[in-house]
Design a protein around this ligand. Structure first.
Ligand SMILES: [Mg+2]
Length: 237
């Protein structure tokens, strides 16, 4: 039986903001602009593949508190460049700065984002809970015209802890004046969004985006538009 929700908490990256497309577009632009092919890296595809690997490893270390934000940002490009034998720290730094400036300005959204948020905002209070940096996540939302949909934007930087830590969910309730029983978390990452919300006593809608994966959630959806009937049923239950 769906619950009468009042507060909808969305993850941002890969749930609404198409992080993979936006990141690839930026990396590919920068690959050309910084002449990396001339420096011996065969293609932007292979460069991106290795960047994503190093970035994931470093994010993992960052989330476990082993490295800080500055190291994460500096090392992901330095390690990728170094993998291809390009030992130019200055260039890696410039590339990293350009990436940080340009990626959040990209505006590709997961299909249906704007339509679904528009429909849901008529009946619910919408918020964001995102593992990310304050300035970056706000820029992304502003550039895509998403900012006005959301009442509270809880970044892990603002809450000083990251999903799935239940403290970020508790922080979100306090900030928004919501209660757990009337809240639902909508996100793509089972380990982070769904387990975290479940552990905090919230319902969860797991957005799999067509990726075959196994895991439990209150609701499982493959397209954002599926949220509308599910949440409306809850609203009028
Ligand atoms: Mg996500």
């Amino acid at each position: 039986m769906p619950k009468p929700y009042r507060h909808l908490f969305f993850d941002l990256d890969r749930t609404l903001w198409d992080m993979d497309l936006n990141s690839r577009e930026t990396l590919s632009d920068l690959f050309g602009r910084h002449g990396l092919q001339e420096k011996g890296i065969a293609s932007s595809e292979i460069f991106i593949e290795y960047y994503l690997r190093y970035n994931d490893l470093l994010w993992n270390r960052y989330q476990r508190g082993l490295i800080n934000k500055a190291s994460l940002r500096a090392l992901r490009f330095r390690q990728t460049f170094s993998h291809f034998g390009v030992k130019d720290v200055k260039l890696a730094e410039k590339f990293g700065d350009d990436y940080m400036n340009e990626a959040p300005a990209k505006t590709r959204l997961i299909p249906g984002t704007r339509e679904v948020l528009t429909a849901l905002s008529e009946s619910f209070v919408l918020h964001i809970i995102t593992n990310g940096f304050e300035e970056v996540q706000h820029v992304k939302m502003e550039n895509c015209g998403l900012k006005s949909f959301f009442t509270e934007v809880i970044t892990s930087e603002r809450a000083d802890c990251t999903k799935p830590d239940r403290r970020i969910f508790e922080y979100a309730l306090k900030a928004s004046g919501a209660a757990a029983h009337e809240s639902i978390m909508i996100g793509d990452d089972h380990d982070i969004d769904i387990s975290g919300a479940r552990n905090a006593g919230w319902d969860q809608a797991w957005f799999r985006n067509g990726v075959e994966a196994v895991g439990e959630a209150t609701y499982i959806i493959d397209d954002l538009s599926e949220l509308i009937p599910i949440l409306r049923a809850g609203k009028h239950a």
